[in-house]
Design a protein around this ligand. Structure first.
Ligand SMILES: *Cc1c(COP(=O)(O)O)cnc(C)c1O
Length: 241
């Protein structure tokens, strides 16, 4: 079994090295621990090792974990696909949402955010691989969705997120991150004031950091192999690997 404490230190070291190679400061890159399929005890181990930000993909699983760990001031991020009947409990239980990909979901999250809490911090998910099976707004539609979200009262647009197709071809990996970076830069030129580029997972973290990531979402390198396969991964076996 993986030692979460030393795995976390290794990931932080890798972030520092990747940042240095890209002439960036390590503290420009926030580490989100993607904890799906890992039980509360594993999350707690990571917390005790100093990790404070965790990302979850499945609402039911997440709610159980959030409850089990309610004594810890964890910052919970929702990073999975969102069905519209789930927005209320997402808006009530998370600090951030990375995976907004349509107006309806954005409207509902703003409407459902409890007014006693600060605005929900959100990213738009962009489909940078062009695969039909992937969630995310198309690169062409991202600016219009961003403009809509900035008008909503109880969400705060922080940036963009992408889950590129997993491939060992680094040029393809890089080009997908560059698509996201380009949209981000354009939106900021247009006055959006974004500060978050949520990209990079265990397999492609270094390239993502080289291409400007400000938040990497790391699961496997911290917690070890997932305890059960997730739907996205089953689907991914049918695409380029
Ligand atoms: C699972 C997941 C991650 C982490 O993936 P690893 O390859 O385990 O590091 C990051 N982002 C999203 C959206 C995920 O679903």
């Amino acid at each position: 079994m993986i030692n979460i404490d030393s795995a976390l230190q290794t990931v932080k070291q890798q972030i520092a090295t990747a940042a240095k190679n890209a002439n960036r400061q390590p503290n420009e890159i926030i580490l989100l621990a993607a904890s799906k399929t890992n039980p509360p005890e594993q999350v707690k181990k990571a917390w005790l090792a100093g990790q404070t930000i965790f990302g979850e993909n499945y609402l039911q699983e997440a709610l159980e974990k959030i409850k089990a760990l309610s004594d810890l001031p964890i910052e919970w991020h929702f990073i999975g696909p969102i069905q519209s009947n789930k927005t209320k409990r997402i808006a009530e239980n998370f600090a951030w949402v990375h995976s907004i990909d349509r107006i309806k979901i954005a409207n509902r999250l703003s409407r459902d955010r409890p007014k006693t809490l600060p605005p929900l911090q959100v990213c738009l998910q962009v489909n940078v691989s062009g695969e039909d099976t992937k969630s995310g707004v198309s690169p062409e539609e991202a600016a219009a969705l961003a403009a809509h979200i900035t008008k909503l009262p109880h969400v705060k647009l922080r940036g963009l997120m992408a889950v590129p197709v997993l491939t060992t071809a680094t040029a393809l990996q890089r080009s997908q991150f560059q698509i996201l970076r380009k949209i981000y830069d354009q939106l900021n030129q247009d006055g959006f004031n974004l500060d978050t580029l949520s990209m990079g997972m265990s397999e492609d973290m270094d390239i993502a950091i080289a291409e400007g990531s400000t938040m990497v979402r790391i699961g496997t390198s911290i917690f070890g192999p997932r305890r059960y396969p997730i739907p996205e991964e089953l689907a991914a076996t049918q695409t380029i690997r």
